[in-house]
Design a protein around this ligand. Structure first.
Ligand code: NAP
Length: 249
């Protein structure tokens, strides 16, 4: 049987790491991406005791040419069965738009929206070689409900939801299925976040908890389970969708 391959961006992050662990049990070839935390990927790779081939690589997704070269080199003309895009920039300035820093606003849009465009442009030719290529982009429910003190991030995620719809139409003819998974707040390790951003998240999470019908946050594992279903052989007909995983919110 032909080997199944997957590329996961942001594999050094919370959700990306969990998806990588699950994917190592269902795919034969894993291409794992990080921006700066290569040591986290080396650690992660060491945990996989099975037979899968693992290639780790580092790239700033805002650098179109370098990103494209890396992806072309690493996949080297083979087919790609799945692409899960978890890399993202948070709007750590956590201020209202009126007081926001234009450079930071631009940076969030650049990483989250332009970076996604560059990635899709780079991986689609390889996904077209698979019999039924699957793509999952990580959005967020804030693209639908807004985010006070995080308008750049919320807008960038709205762009992702829209990209999914356009690409589903463009690539349907190539049997490529693309969906956006929109988590609500996820319980993650926040120890590396700047203090101001940690305070912003604490306040936001408290407010959200009261509104979430299940009265708890998602675990990365729960988000990863949904992603794994969407990229599995069991999904043959869901495409172009924004799928919320938000405890009923
Ligand atoms: N966690 C939540 O509560 C939540 C809720 C809704 C949606 N989401 C979405 O789910 C996805 C994963 O979230 P997460 O919590 O796992 O994120 P995370 O832990 O903060 O990880 C972010 C990842 O993005 C990478 N990255 C950042 N800037 C980059 C750049 N310029 N170029 C390339 N890679 C870059 C980071 O690489 P380094 O490790 O090298 O810095 C890291 O691997 C994101 O799209 C996020 O917006 C998360």
């Amino acid at each position: 049987m032909a080997k199944k391959s997957i590329l996961i961006t942001g594999a050094s992050g919370n959700i990306g790491r969990t998806v990588s662990q699950k994917a190592s049990k269902e795919f034969n070839i894993l291409y794992l991406h990080t921006f700066q935390n290569i040591e986290k990927l080396i650690e992660l790779k060491a945990q996989f005791h099975n037979e899968c081939e693992i290639y780790i690589f580092q790239a700033d997704i805002t650098n179109n040419q370098k990103l494209c070269n890396k992806i072309n080199d690493i996949i080297s003309n083979k087919k790609l069965d799945a692409f899960v895009h978890c890399a993202a920039r948070r709007s750590t300035d956590a201020v209202k738009l009126v007081s926001s820093n234009p450079e930071l606003w631009e940076e969030v849009i650049k990483v989250n929206l332009l970076g996604t465009y560059y990635l899709l442009r780079a991986v689609l030719p390889f996904l077209r070689k698979a019999s039924c290529g699957k793509i999952v982009l990580l959005g967020s429910i804030v693209s639908q409900i807004g985010l006070s003190n995080g308008s750049a991030y919320a807008s960038s995620k709205a762009g992702i939801s829209n990209l999914v719809k356009s690409i589903a139409i463009e690539e349907g003819v190539n049997n490529i299925l693309i969906n956006a998974v929109l988590p609500g707040p996820v319980e993650i390790d926040q120890s590396n976040f700047p203090t101001e951003y940690q305070q912003f998240r604490k306040k936001y999470y408290q407010e959200m908890k009261a509104q979430i019908p299940l009265h708890r946050f998602a675990q990365p594992e729960e988000v990863a389970n949904l992603i794994m279903f969407l990229i599995s052989d069991r999904n043959k007909y869901i495409t172009g969708q924004e799928i919320r995983i938000s405890g009923g919110l």
